[in-house]
Ligand binder design. Sequence first.
Ligand code: EPU
Length: 345
Amino acid sequence: MTGELVNYNSLGVSSMADELRVVTSEDQLREIVVRTTSTNVPLTVLGGGTNVVLRKHLRGLVVVLGLKGIRSLPEGVEVVRLTAAAGENWHHLVRYSLGRGWYGLENLALIPGTVGAAPIQNIGAYGVELAERFVSLRAMDRRDGSIREFDRASCQFAYRDSLFKPKEHSPENSADVDRYIILDVTLLLSRQPRPILGYPEVKRELMNLGVTQPTPTQVAEAVIRIRRRKLPDPANCGNVGSFFKNPLVDEMFARNLLSRESELRTYPAERRMVKLSAAQLIDLCGFKGERRGRVGVWRRQPLVFVNLGLATGEDFLSLAEEVQQKVFARYEVTLQIEPRVLGEP
Ligand code: EPU
């Protein structure tokens, strides 16, 4: 049975899969993995579909991961280990943990998507990355349906990146591209509140709320308010959050660039690199609020592209290309698309 995917991706684009199945158990998934591998049928796995750009046609079978369940294991008085199945909603997990007095996920409130997708791009916001709370995950190997456990080091987390995120420009990694399907994720949370307020916007928001010594729940509240104000709700206006990564450039390049373009904001990053603000680059190129047919650049955060109605994945990619070209022409900086692009060109 062919499957229309419009309801399975937060961009809200129409896309047709040769076959579509929603999977609710690991046994079902193993059966599908073994069958598609032995018959050479392409298999695409979707979680919440909140970080993908779907082209019009997806060959083979598309599986929507509906694995559910949350388990906790106290570890002494201080910390709790929480294991959540891949198909659980991420924000639900954040609220679930806060409700039980287990802290550490508050800055990651309201990020769309599922638990299983969270490690792939190492979700991060307002000063916290998933990697900092991560213990391990279980994943199914597509080659034979076996299950393997990955600890933090073997996941190779970096900014919006992990072992599980296919790399466009490294064919040597292609044997492992998409090799593993994440089944569940284990996190380490604390019973001691330790609010992380390094992000000035969060501090400001809490001040506006009249809070000086915030509880983790109040931090989550502040983050939710900021996100609601800045980012469009995918339920009303199709989007995938940031469409590009913030570019990392080396220090020398950044110095040269700043000597020409002094208004650019820079942030120190790992390995003596410098992070630029993609939002600012796009903004300065005049794209804020711009529309191209059925797609547009969000007026309050130009890093976010929105579906203005009946847009296709191809519409988004052509807007992305226009933005990339203009930013490159002006700053010689290449913006990398952050969500995964799936389907036949
Ligand atoms: N900015 C502009 N013009 C604008 C909006 C923002 O110049 O119209 C500048 C801001 O002044 C600021 C900078 O852009 O200096 C950063 O803005 P923001 O706080 O929104 O952060 P971001 O770097 O644009 C990243 C993540 C978001 C995450 C926020 C908060 C990436 C690709 N994006 O955005 O994550 O919520 O930080 O931590 O790293 C996502 O990945 O989908 C996502 C939404």
